[in-house]
Write a protein that binds this ligand. Sequence first.
Ligand code: PBG
Length: 324
Amino acid sequence: MLFPDFRGRRLRANKNFRRMIRETKLSCDDLILPLFAIEGKDIKKPIESMPGHFQLSCDYIVKKAKEAHEAGVPAIILFGIPDKKDSLATRAYAPDSIVQKAVKEVKEKVPDILVITDVCLCGYMDHGHCGVVEKGIIDNDASLDLLAKTALSHAEAGADMVAPSDMMDGRVSEIRQTLDEEGFSHLPIMSYAVKYSSAFYGPFRQAAESAPQFGDRKTYQMDPANSIEALREATMDVEEGADIIMVKPALSYLDIIYRLKEEIDLPIAAYNVSGEYSIMKAGEIMGWVNANEIIMETLLSIKRAGADLILTYSAIEVARELNS
Ligand code: PBG
């Protein structure tokens, strides 16, 4: 049908028509809020590169979790900044370490919010890499046991779901097997299956104090040029027992989200990462864009591409806006 028989503007003429024919709807059910937990009490240390976000001691993590819950956000994902780093990431899997404590406190005080934990070693290693380093090389197989131990310690602390973000090969099956053996066969795994080596993680590395001290993450995180490989990575994690497949970052990879949604029969999550958030906030601070509007438009685009779940630093504000 062509003009003048078809007039696209007819169904755009007012708010109610637009409401009725809207194809994609963002919902607070889709949102996951990342938070950074730090040792101590009464600490709320601003993260310079992520306006509105802080390194929070457990008391503040609980407050934020409550706020998120009240706003209608169903889940948070926790990252930890440990009191010490070493070459075996021992604070990643110690039962009294920061994430384990934060999980316990949130589950005790805000039991109705889901607590997801990021499972990685980079923030706990003195060299800042996501696996064990042997003679300057990131040793895949030597890292698997530590990752599984970390996931298990989170499960024992009460986490509702674990999310491995390290990009070592075979870690999903290692974690699945360990959880199953230790009585956590009910605990789902959200795998950062398709994680690109991205400059958009810059602000996060400041927030989590997890920048690599030598080299980069290109030998384990994916080359941004590849999409067939994304499918292979996702398929592998499905076979290894992942319950949710994540694509990260989101905005430069909407084609990947779209493709995985078509080909993978599991829920797809997308991580609207720190750099994406900070750029929008910077635009707001400069007075050049309306950050609230571009955040809503951005999240909508991630959903339209096919994401079922979105990890976003704006989850609370967005949930409030959606419910207003
Ligand atoms: C840990 C991890 C990173 C992010 C999530 N988990 C950083 C990295 O891989 O360097 C990035 C999240 C963000 O940028 O918001 N491996």
